[in-house]
Ligand binder design. Structure first.
Ligand SMILES: [Zn+2]
Length: 272
């Protein structure tokens, strides 16, 4: 399933990096409890992460899910029984779309010649979060408090930020895109994304004041990276709005877009 490696980005705040999908998950260690941020993409992947957490700390854990996409949330069963925190929309998406996502991604991995990952997915139990936070919640881990915050629709309608104020670290899930070049891809603008409100969600993220921001994929970044990413995203949102109002053709929007044509096309799809 691929070995991960821990990076310490703050005192007792760790990021675990994986080659598969360039995924980043998190661990926040308090004096009495720890919090696991995202659980990877299947039963065996989740079990690997749970064992890796146990090499860092023996403390009881809770889980927080940044969003319902399989690569962030399908490893949760390995951590049960425990509190699983997420936005209500994450629970709904896992219940409604989880089985279909599991089937589709298993097919995709099989087609890509990765049968072990496909089989892990097919044998995965999708766990529905039981502790729901629609706006803002604080979790006491002993000696430190972690803030869970929904910044409005962006990558999905239910993105949850996990902020560690004392360490200045924010786990952003896929709200911050970190494909090669630090930009967006066609995958960024899935059917459950919301381009119009995404720049404002990044403002909310920046307002938390994190020194280190951990994207759901790729290496940790800083606030300047997120601020720089916000600008072309806001331009793309404006272009889309003008196309929808009839003030601009798709061709004109493509020509003016700060993103490559395929990314712009994905963002201009009518369902978003
Ligand atoms: Zn995602």
């Amino acid at each position: 399933m691929g070995e991960g490696r821990w990076i310490e980005v703050g005192d007792g705040v760790l990021v675990r990096r994986y080659a598969e999908l360039d995924l980043s998950v998190g661990l926040v260690v308090g004096a009495r409890r720890c919090l696991v941020v995202d659980t990877r993409g299947g039963a065996a992947q989740g079990a690997e992460l749970a064992a890796a957490v146990r090499t860092v700390t023996p403390l009881p854990w809770s889980v927080a899910l940044t969003h319902a996409h399989f690569d962030h949330s399908f490893g949760t069963a390995a951590f049960l029984p425990c509190d699983v925190w997420a936005h209500p929309g994450c629970r709904a998406a896992l219940a409604d779309d989880g089985p279909g996502d599991r089937r589709r991604w298993a097919q995709r991995y099989r087609a890509e010649g990765k049968p072990a990952i496909a089989a892990d997915l097919e044998g995965t139990e999708i766990v529905l979060p039981g502790r729901l936070v629609g706006g803002h919640a604080e979790l006491a881990l002993g000696g430190r408090t972690v803030v869970l915050a929904h910044a409005g629709p962006a990558h999905t309608g239910h993105d949850l930020l996990v902020h560690v104020p004392d360490a200045g670290v924010t786990f952003a899930g896929d709200l911050v895109e970190h494909a090669p070049g630090g930009s967006f891809t066609t995958e960024s603008f899935g059917p459950d994304s919301s381009l119009a409100t995404w720049p404002a969600a990044l403002d909310d993220l920046l307002a938390l004041g994190g020194r280190v921001i951990v994207p759901g994929h790729g290496e940790p970044v800083d606030a300047a990276f997120v601020a720089a990413q916000r600008e072309p995203l806001a331009r793309l949102a404006q272009l889309r709005e003008r196309v929808e109002e009839g003030g601009l053709t798709r061709e004109e929007a493509l020509a003016r877009s700060p993103f490559p044509a395929d990314v712009t096309e994905a963002a201009l799809e009518p369902h978003r």
